[in-house]
Design a binder for this molecule. Sequence first.
Ligand code: 48F
Length: 259
Amino acid sequence: MGEIFAKVSEKDITRAIVGGFIREFEKFVESDVIIVGGGPAGLMAGRELATKGKRTLIVERNNYLGGGFWIGGFLMNKITVRHPGEEVLKELGIPFEQAREGLFVADGPHACARLIASACDAGVKILNMTVFEDVVLRENNRVGGAVVNWTPVEALPRQITCVDPIALEATMVVDATGHDASVVRKMEERGVLKTKGFGGMWVERSEDLVVEYTGEVHPGLVVCGMATATTFGLPRMGPTFGAMLLSGRRAAEEVLKKL
Ligand code: 48F
């Protein structure tokens, strides 16, 4: 027997995991807000909502959170923001440098780690390795939650995985799934909404437009981040992230008005 660590065996570890997960998950079966997608826009929205005391769940299909915020562009892990995005970097305690007037550069891993930590510190519950499959719909197609499954289950061929998903209820759902706009596209499949697909790159237009167009696209459903560009046919902006952070913040403001 070792002398350094406490006397705890495998069964205790397994009980701690199972009990801890179930106790917490049970609370988030009904949330104020479900945010689908844990990239910069979703994390920022989650942080702001949880800070205001709202029960906030982020559903992320990957094992890791952060989406495109780790790497930025072209496998070079620097991320940029245009003014006034650096104000958010300051608020989150992310170190940055000025590249030229109005343009700031930070380390992707450092920025991403701080943003994730600030969402967790604020009280956001994270459900990673969980994929959004469908919407819960109520009267007049009001969105009332999300239908989800474990990513590995969803990834296996249908013929060997007849595993139904489960549904989570929420007063508001936020589509923060980036270019995919997975929630809005599901509404399109249901004949309720129409997406336009994002347009060619034009950073000086796209960032302002993404923030301006962030908001409720259908009762119960708010769109933010790049999903906004896909929904409304706005230009893309590449590896600059000020609009993702400000759009996440605006999404939280829009959600708060509805809660
Ligand atoms: O792609 P992502 O980083 O979206 P974002 O927050 O930021 C966009 C920028 O990264 C960049 C850009 C502008 O700077 O052009 O692309 O709008 O993060 C989206 C997250 O959503 C997850 C995905 O894994 C990623 O972490 N996601 C996408 N579809 C689903 C999903 C789904 N069906 N279920 C769960 N998570």
